[in-house]
Design a protein around this ligand. Sequence first.
Ligand SMILES: [Cu+2]
Length: 168
Amino acid sequence: MYQFINAIIFNSRSLLTFGLALLTISLIVASYAFQETLAQGLNNSINIEESNVNSPNIENMTFIIDEPVNVSIVPGSSALTDTAYDPNPVEIKIGQTILWINDDSVFHTVTSGKVGDSDAGHIFDSGLAGPTAMISKGKAFEHTFEVAGEYSYYCILHPGMEGTIIVT
Ligand SMILES: [Cu+2]
């Protein structure tokens, strides 16, 4: 009888130990699975945000409204004429901006009009002094064209250099 009771107690103890172990394992598995689900959910929400940012409409709007069109003042421009500003001519839409960049090691200007015009530089002019003067390599000047038309421009310091911007 004593042995029988002892066996039951022993068995129930080992059963309890086994049950507790099983419970611990399932808790660990469950928490791991939960973390995985949580991570998956976070990934999904990040993916949704990225796909919104990259939607074609937003990209197109950025390009049309904000992106300036670059025109380089090429190295050795002083000795050039209609190839000093590159590309030339440039066709743009109303509201677009041209960004001229001095890629030469010499001081140049971007001055509206033609050599000898009384109103030369009235529409835009990077100038011979001040913050927009393109005195050295890497200096840039920009102008946004709000009115349709054909705009000639040249360099005051090297009047052979000339370019055209066509705005439609
Ligand atoms: Cu020049």
